[in-house]
Design a protein around this ligand. Structure first.
Ligand code: MSP
Length: 492
């Protein structure tokens, strides 16, 4: 069966990982776990983009070789992913042999087919963007340090594929989401595409993959990096494995790398005669005081700091629910505390304690019997269409629905007051508690992709052995366990 193939961008190793990297990676992890929950088999790729000028300069600054610099930086990412409970299927580094080999084969192939040619070019070069930019872009002043460069380089015939690309984007054969980003790319494609400069002379940049047909050049970092999406699933190495993965179901990216993914990458794939990814989803930025969080601005919040204090699942939940997918979100300790206290400590945590305490005090720690089916909660549960949300990458709205389902269980408890009812009619009170506990069981399973550890704790507290996402699987008589509060309130 074809895997549901999800990718994150591969991250530059010029600096330590920050909330921007953590966000996309948690998003991919959550999406991948949700896909598995609804019966797909996901494959989730992440990794590191280790070549290029930025990395070379960072290494120089630290007085080490680029290779040593990369080997020193890689563990910081791997350790953070461990800490964030990231269950990736593969982790690729562009300095690995398996990647370099494929990039070089692709360069040879495209060169042989006539889609790569040499030309002399003079233009403005942006160091931070690692690409030639137009006069207009220079005038905008948004591209940091620029310099005029005249040199011979290799070019990829990107322009040749322009009209085919427009057609594929318009028809959603390549679905760019959200819609505003699709319009942005189509707007960009209204102007004539130029060909893409895909080489850098070694005299200017040494740290890259050597062009196999001209040893004086290395390949442009983006041409190298984008190929990771097919080199990891063994393009040209193992057809069976490759066909199981490609085309990717979604490339998750930040909005700043939209053009490289929606224009450069699909035209490269067309030159290779490969199908295009099914979807590209561009999320917004995390801001603090409305400025993008970035190391150079010095406003990066270290996600590790939040994990140590509030637990990894609370951080995952906050990041996934607070950012409306596609839009920017502002991070603040205030909004974190508000969301934690209201959704996790109050709505969910209190409900777990309440149900467990009532079962423990009145039913000898055993899940009471379901005497009569009460469809109020089961119908609410069945109305949550997980797949529909996932198909549109709307994790935030899916989480909102799950939370509102949990709130409806609280309302159900308030309405039926089993703590009073138990004194007059123990069976009916047990029936109410059975339904509330079953609702909590399915809620915990639905939350497991975003909060894998806390979800397990809730299921253990309920004594739930059946992890099926089907209503009615909770067994009467199963023993609940005592737990500390799952989400202790944050006192401000
Ligand atoms: N190496 C390239 C990607 C190559 S993919 C073939 C790159 N790396 S990066 O490390 O600079 O950034 C990776 C991702 O992090 C981008 O998608 C970017 O949008 C995201 N973020 C960086 N800062 C961010 C925020 N403050 N908020 C959300 N995401 C942002 O680009």
């Amino acid at each position: 069966m074809k895997k549901y193939y999800i990718t994150t961008p591969i991250y530059y190793v010029n600096d330590k990982p920050h909330i921007g990297h953590a966000y996309t990676t948690i998003l991919a992890d959550t999406l991948s776990r949700f896909r598995d929950l609804i019966g797909d088999t996901s494959f989730f790729l992440t990794g590191l983009d280790e070549h290029g000028l930025k990395v070379q300069q960072a290494a120089e600054k630290n007085g080490v070789t680029p290779a040593v610099h990369c080997d020193t930086m890689a563990p910081a990412f791997i350790e953070l992913w461990e800490k964030l409970n990231i269950n990736y299927s593969d982790f690729i580094r562009t300095t690995e042999k398996r990647h370099i080999k494929i990039v070089q084969s692709i360069l040879n192939q495209v060169y042989k087919n006539g889609d790569i040619y040499q030309d002399e070019y003079e233009g403005w070069y942006s160091i931070s963007e690692e690409r030639f930019i137009t006069e207009k872009e220079v005038e905008s002043g948004l591209f940091g340090q620029v310099k005029k460069i005249k040199e011979k380089n290799y070019f990829f015939k990107m322009s040749k594929y322009q009209s085919a690309l427009i057609e594929k984007i318009e028809s959603d054969e390549l679905s760019i989401q959200p819609k505003s980003r699709k319009n942005e790319v189509l707007g960009f494609l209204k102007n004539d595409l130029s060909d893409l400069c895909i080489s850098r002379p070694k005299s200017r940049l040494e740290w890259g993959i050597e062009i196999p047909f001209d040893k004086d050049y290395v390949t442009y970092v983006w041409f190298d990096a984008l190929i990771n999406y097919i080199s990891a699933p063994k393009y040209l190495e193992d057809n069976k494995v490759f066909d199981l993965h490609w085309p990717a179901d979604v490339h998750l990216i930040g909005k700043d790398i939209l053009t490289t993914h929606s224009v450069y990458w699909p035209t490269m794939l067309m030159a290779l005669n490969l199908p295009l990814p099914k979807a590209i989803f561009a999320h917004g930025w995390w801001l603090t005081d409305d400025k993008k969080m970035s190391k150079s601005l010095g406003n990066v919040v270290n996600p590790l700091m939040l994990i140590d204090e509030f637990g990894v699942d609370a951080v995952r939940y906050y990041l996934m629910s607070e950012m409306v997918l596609g839009l920017d979100a502002t991070f603040s300790m205030d909004s974190f505390t508000r969301k934690y206290n209201s959704n996790l400590a109050n709505d969910l945590g209190n409900l777990v304690s309440r149900v467990c305490t009532l079962v423990s005090n009145n039913f000898d720690d055993k899940i009471p019997s379901c005497i009569t089916e009460d469809s109020e909660l089961s119908e609410r549960f069945s109305s949550i269409d997980i797949k529909e949300h996932l198909d549109h990458f709307k994790i935030d709205s899916l989480l909102n629905e799950i939370m509102s389902f949990i709130r409806s269980v609280n309302v159900y408890m308030e309405k039926n007051q089993p703590w009073k009812l138990v004194k007059e009619d123990k069976e009916s009170a047990g029936n109410i508690l059975y339904h509330a506990a079953e609702a909590l069981r399915v809620a915990a399973i639905m939350l497991s992709p975003v909060m894998p550890e806390k979800s397990k704790e809730i299921l253990t507290a309920l004594g739930a052995k059946d992890l099926k996402l089907e209503w009615g699987s909770l067994q009467s008589g199963d023993k609940i366990s005592k737990t500390d509060p799952i989400f202790p309130r944050i006192i401000q």
